[in-house]
Design a protein around this ligand. Sequence first.
Ligand code: BJW
Ligand code: ZN
Length: 256
Amino acid sequence: MEQTISPELVAALRGARHLVILTGAGVSAESGVPTFRGPMSGLWERFEPAQLASADAFRRDPELVWGWYEWRRMLVSKAQPNPAHLAIARMAAKVPRLTLVTQNVDDLHERAGSDNLLHLHGSLHHPICFACRRPHALPPGIPEEPDDGRRLAPPLCGHCGARIRPGVVWFGESLPKDVWAAAAAASDECDMLISVGTSALVHPAASLPLRVAERRRPVVQVNPERTALSAVADYDLTGPAGLLMPALYEAAWGAA
Ligand code: BJW
Ligand code: ZN
């Protein structure tokens, strides 16, 4: 609907007592982390993320799937938070309550200074056992490139000997119960939600802004493209998050 940062949007943001920010892969795009449904780079060009991000894919070809996740963990470890992550972290000091909900499995929000965020889809940095689900400690430092460029054997669980898998939520798997409950409760209480850099296709994450819209509280979208949420958002800000999130901050609270 509204394309620009209008005085009405600024007033709503300044007056918000509980703000929810929902982020997706697009918030990390300007840090050089590929989005999920955008083109993959280099070695992975021929692969579809949706084909690699499943328990079936891991059962079929654990080395391929583990290699892909280790490659992504390496990329993320070398990446830096961008102005969108930083603006979001600063917003927490300006509103009485901010709940940051991310679908991302990277740690760029944490490294930008956000704490208490809700990782709906888990993390690249906390792998678990495929069988007993106990956590597995990764060696410190930046992971190495997989040997032949792609495949890498996953480590084995020290407790039961099964393969270690990425600590993320694949299609068909449940989101962590407590994390989902907290995100849903925040969406049912907040007086505004900003959806940043998500295609709004994957459920149940994509239902959070809809819950806010149902209560007639303002929903803001920040995305260079139209998405599944565009028809619902009260304010559809078209552009990159690295530009628009600092602009939103500045419009509401002045230069940082
Ligand atoms: C920029 C930008 C810039 C670019 N600035 N923006 C209800 C209806 C229909 C289906 C379902 C439903 N409920 C459940 C389902 C099934 C399924 C689902 O949603 N399927 C749909 C795809 C149809 N959901 C599930 O299976 C979920 N589980 C579940 O519901 O459990 C209950 C259950 C149990 C048993 C059986 C059935 C149900 C789990 C979903 C888990 C999603 N996992 C992934 C992989 C995580 C690990 C990994 O990263 O590898 O999560 S999939 C992938 O998509 C990843 C992402 O977090 C998620 C969302 O993607 P996101 O962030 O939106 O990225 P993109 O790439 O799609 O979009 C990027 C956006 O950025 C674009 O819009 C760009 O324009 C924009 N952008 N540059 C701002 N500079
Ligand atoms: Zn185990």
